[in-house]
Design a protein around this ligand. Structure first.
Ligand code: WT7
Length: 648
């Protein structure tokens, strides 16, 4: 056994500092509920209606009371806090105007060039109201979908909140996605309004976003494009385009918040699935508000004096939940950063933590591994003493990266919350708490109020064996459906016994700790972002020279997985390095840079079943384990040799 193994053995535990435990939000809640130990807390919270009914009281304010805590009469379309009058913006902004939070900083916003703007809750409230009024004037109302394609600038949370305020449903598309990906999402959501910006800064250069947006809206139902004047780059304005400041400047800083039903949709966020078409995950106002604020309060233990930094992009669920909605509901101060993480120097993030006195920091294993590679000296330059808790999300964190983060960033005194969840769950589900011992590489336990299991193929719960991760009970922030595809929602996620299938493979150890190993289906996880193998394959075959393609993940030391593509060209097309490059760029244009295949190989054939289906499993084993296993169902075993030859 090497030293690392001794250090990282499965039962190696790290205990949180006593003061953290004593002062934690969860401990305080246990005290007021006369619960003296964790075992009782976990046991009692298995009564999910009791639990969520108790916690919501401290988190949200309904306009009118709910009927039932949980209505499960139309499974799997669960409804929480039924028939309550509600709008999440009331809790995120409106009610703070009556307290001292009004003058507190909501966002410490830092541009890539280092300029900092402090945005108070009341600044944000006014900006949101002005935009909400302007949207109304353009004819946007309750239930209308609004597409948002913006970088990490204050306009992004402002736009989301303005939509929610008037009851419109926002559909944010990550600004790194291509015109093509944006177009698909606009069409699927049926949005008639798009909010975007001229451009933004990335590694010292301006990225022109409006060009992409112009390309995307062609042939869609978009009638109005609202453009933020941000990077002042030259953009052509068309008849349907309006500068944001032109329509917001004349507006009032007050706007009445639309009273919604707690189960009305708040947003759609597209995520990759096993088939080509992304899934429009829909979340509601009420349950989502309760789920995200509860988990932020307990897992990251946020108090009024904390400076919180979630380093994700708002274009993904992590940013929706833990940069926009949950921190605003809790009334805390967040850092919002526009630029690249290691720019201009590798220690940009650590230097910002020191300068803004960040107390709780949340990032991804990919980012941690990237910083590990820069070398420890870059992590030692800055004063990390303000930190008290750390977090990780998006993919399994390998114990080595966990230890590096713990020692170098947390100075061996900040517990790491390795949080497991998904776009579909809306909030953290499996995670340590600041009062629990942590094990490097394990996301610990389902939080109080949530229940999960690992099952074998026969759907029996298993301990200490790999299996499918399922959620056994509903919870308030769960997705309510897939936009326009209720059937797909039922079929894709729910099994016959009413359990939610997450698509991940995991293992539960003898102490009940969960070890999530990764996706079990044909979905890649590149730098903590889900990309469907089939999405990349369809992008490749959309190129006029490509006949067939198989895309698989290849383990990558930094990114978790990198994309490898095997491409069969059309007859008569010549293979060349130039074409490889062109195809990689083609995927970047079709989906976004994040989906660009790292490896691309030309082959004459792909392994197929007798019915002609490409067997990704075989391709994957050829590249990863070099052992392709049972090939009896394969129609063309010679294709495997092709692949092995291509790999060299
Ligand atoms: C998938 C969800 C949750 C927000 C970011 C990604 C993987 C996420 C962990 C973790 C192991 C994790 C899972 C999951 N994942 N967190 N702590 N440990 N795996 O959201 O794009 O919906 O992806 O990310 O495979 O299913 P997403």
């Amino acid at each position: 056994m090497t030293n690392v193994e001794v250090l990282l053995g499965e039962n190696r535990k790290f205990y949180p500092p006593k003061s953290l435990v004593e002062n934690s939000n969860i401990k305080q809640w246990m005290d007021t509920h006369k619960i003296t130990d964790l075992e009782t807390l976990y046991k009692r919270s298995r009564d999910i209606e009791w639990f969520w009914g108790e916690v919501e009281k401290d988190l949200v304010e309904w306009y009118s009371p709910y009927g039932k805590i949980l209505d499960d009469s139309n499974k799997p379309f669960y409804r929480w806090f039924t028939n309550a009058g509600y709008n999440i913006v009331h809790d995120a902004l409106d009610r703070h105007m009556k307290t001292s939070i009004k003058d507190k900083i909501a966002y410490i916003f830092e541009m890539e060039d280092g300029r900092v703007t402090n945005i108070t809750y009341s600044d944000l409230y006014k900006d949101v109201n002005k935009l909400a009024n302007a949207l109304k004037e353009l004819g946007v109302g309750k239930g209308d979908r609004v597409a948002i394609y913006l970088p990490m600038i204050p306009a992004l949370p402002t736009s989301m909140l303005a939509c929610a305020k008037i009851g419109a449903v926002h559909s944010v598309v990550f600004s790194g996605f291509s015109a093509h990906a944006l177009k698909d999402r606009i069409i699927d959501s049926g949005a008639r309004t798009l909010i975007t910006a001229d451009g933004f800064w990335r590694k010292g250069k301006i990225i022109n976003l409006k060009e992409q947006a112009d390309e995307a809206v062609k042939g869609t139902g978009i009638e109005n494009v609202i453009v933020y004047d941000w990077s002042h780059c030259d953009v052509p304005m068309r008849k349907r385009d309006t500068w944001c400041h032109d329509i917001t400047t004349p507006q009032s800083t007050e706007c009445e918040t639309e009273i919604m039903d707690s189960s009305d949709p708040l947003f759609i966020l597209y995520t990759s699935g096993t088939t080509g078409k992304p899934k429009g995950v829909e979340h509601v106002h009420g349950g989502y508000a309760v789920g995200v604020s509860q988990t932020l309060k307990w897992v990251f233990d946020l108090k009024p004096e904390d400076i919180w930094w979630c380093g994700a992009d708002i274009g993904w669920i992590t940013g929706h939940s833990y940069i926009v909605y949950a921190p605003l509901i809790l009334g805390v101060t967040s850092v919002l950063y526009e630029g690249a993480p290691a720019y201009p120097e590798p220690n940009r993030i650590w230097e910002m933590i020191a300068r803004h006195r960040v107390t709780v920091f949340y990032t991804s294993p990919t980012a941690i591994r990237m910083h590990m590679r820069f070398g420890d000296e870059w992590a030692k330059k800055d004063d990390m003493s303000s930190l008290r808790l750390l977090g990780s999300v998006g993919e399994p964190i390998n114990p080595e990266a966990w230890m590096w983060y713990y020692i170098n960033i947390g100075n061996s005194r900040c517990p790491i919350m390795d949080t497991w969840w998904q776009t579909e769950t809306g909030c953290i589900i499996i995670s340590p708490l600041p009062i629990l011992p942590t094990k490097p590489g394990s996301a610990a336990l389902p939080l109080p109020g949530f229940n999960a299991q690992v099952q074998d193929r026969d759907k029996n719960p298993v301990i200490d064996k790999g299996g499918d991760l399922v959620l056994t009970t509903p919870y308030p922030s769960m997705l309510c459906t897939l936009h326009n595809e209720p059937e797909r929602y039922i079929e894709h996620y729910w099994d016959k016994s009413g359990m939610f299938i997450c698509g991940d493979i995991a293992r539960v150890d003898s102490e009940g700790y969960f070890w999530v190993q990764g996706r079990g289906d044909d979905v890649l996880n590149v730098s903590g972002h889900r990309i469907g193998n089939s999405e990349v394959e369809s992008a490749l075959v959309s190129h006029s020279y490509v006949s067939e393609a198989a895309v698989v993940g290849r383990p990558d030391d930094i990114k978790g997985e990198s994309i490898a593509a095997f491409v069969v060209l059309k007859i008569g097309v010549e293979q060349s390095e130039g074409l490889k490059q062109e195809l990689r760029e083609h995927v970047a244009r079709e989906i976004g840079k994040i989906a660009r295949p790292e490896y691309l190989y030309f082959v004459n054939d792909l392994p197929k079943t007798r019915s002609g289906k490409i067997m990704r499993r075989v391709v994957r084993s050829a590249i990863i384990t070099h052992d392709v296993g049972d090939l009896s169902t394969l129609a063309n075993p010679e294709a495997v040799e092709e692949i092995e030859k291509a790999l060299g």
